[in-house]
Design a protein around this ligand. Structure first.
Ligand SMILES: [Zn+2]
Ligand SMILES: [Zn+2]
Length: 330
């Protein structure tokens, strides 16, 4: 039997739910913290007092994850263990130690590793509901709508088991990929589920085994976030991946530390990293007005990201036909 009617039904349900979220988002904020857990992944989302943690980094990140959660939330409605690899679930036991957890989503209920058994023990101890989600499932985090884009328990590689989530908050959208690799990306492109998004948490720490051109084209993000450790032994992020993300502003936990974004349903603001103006060099051009500015100029924050161009020197900007801004006089 063809899957098509089922997919069509899922997509219309998605659109209906999206319309409802859109109406409910006014004034509400969604905050997303891409935690700097070294080589690993951990993202905290908070919307109207409700919190979700996607992954928890290596067990060596436990102390950091514990104190970060203590500082920011009283409980977690959802913990998502994208897949059973230790760089994603090693630090999740610390999350259970820090705060109560209502629901744990995982692609599998059994996995032969110490970290996974420990996670299940903690979940059992708290009476947390443990569930394997289905592709197309949706649930709410405050006024943000979360859609499961992928979950593949039968995958032969743990990375491809990854639960991939889409979060819609008003007009802003985010995709969190876990370590989903090529085959999963092809399946998502094929699924017909909506992939275009403002922010992409780049798959598998920027590895070349993820981020197929087809998937990147379908998402076409304005911001690409890469979570990886400084000088990690895997060479993450790989050059090939960075080259496919030239349309996006790339933010990296190995370079920027913990990255915080805030969505009001219309705009996305980067709250951290806060760039130290005295440390910022070079000039920023606006492709549409053909003016160039000091990076600290007030006008810079209003430039559409797609229209932003960087120059190392004033001479370079002038040679490219750009005029100095009348406000900051570079
Ligand atoms: Zn990983
Ligand atoms: Zn992995």
């Amino acid at each position: 039997m063809s899957r098509f009617p089922y997919i069509r039904k899922r997509i219309s349900l998605f659109l209906l739910a999206l319309a409802v979220t859109f109406l409910c988002t006014a004034g509400a904020e969604l905050e997303i913290h891409f935690l700097d857990v070294g080589q690993g992944d951990s993202t905290l989302l908070i919307c109207e007092g409700e919190a979700m943690l996607i992954d928890g980094g290596l067990s060596s990140a436990s102390r950091f994850v514990f104190s970060y959660l203590k500082e920011h939330v009283d409980e977690l409605i959802y913990v998502v263990a994208t897949h059973p690899d230790t760089d994603h679930i090693g630090g999740l036991s610390a999350a259970f130690n820090a705060v109560p957890v209502e629901i744990l989503y995982t692609p599998v209920l059994e996995y032969d590793s110490k970290a996974f058994r420990s996670l299940m023990t903690y979940a059992g101890g708290q009476g947390t509901l443990v569930d394997v989600p289905f592709e197309g499932d949706t649930f709410m985090l405050g006024s943000a709508m979360v859609t499961v884009l992928h979950c593949w328990p039968e995958a032969w590689s743990s990375n491809d088991m990854s639960i991939v989530l889409r979060v819609d908050h008003g007009a802003n959208s985010f995709i969190f990929t876990g370590d989903a690799e090529r085959m999963s990306e092809y399946m998502m492109v094929d699924s017909g589920l909506p992939l275009a998004a403002d922010v992409l948490k780049v798959g598998h720490h920027g590895s070349r085994y993820s981020s197929t051109q087809e998937f990147i084209d379908a998402v076409n993000p304005r911001y690409a976030v890469i979570s990886c450790g400084q000088n990690n032994g895997y060479g993450h992020p790989h050059e090939d991946t960075l080259n496919k993300l030239t349309n996006a502003v790339i933010l990296r936990t190995d370079m920027h530390g913990t990255i915080i974004m805030r969505s009001d349903g219309t705009d996305i603001k980067i709250v951290a990293p806060v760039l130290d103006p005295s440390a910022v060099t070079g000039f920023i051009g606006n492709r549409s007005s053909m003016k160039f500015h000091y990076p600290i100029c007030e006008a810079v924050k209003d430039i559409e990201l797609r229209n932003t161009i960087a120059f190392d020197t004033e001479a370079e900007a002038l040679a490219a036909g750009y005029e100095p801004c009348g406000l900051c006089h570079p």
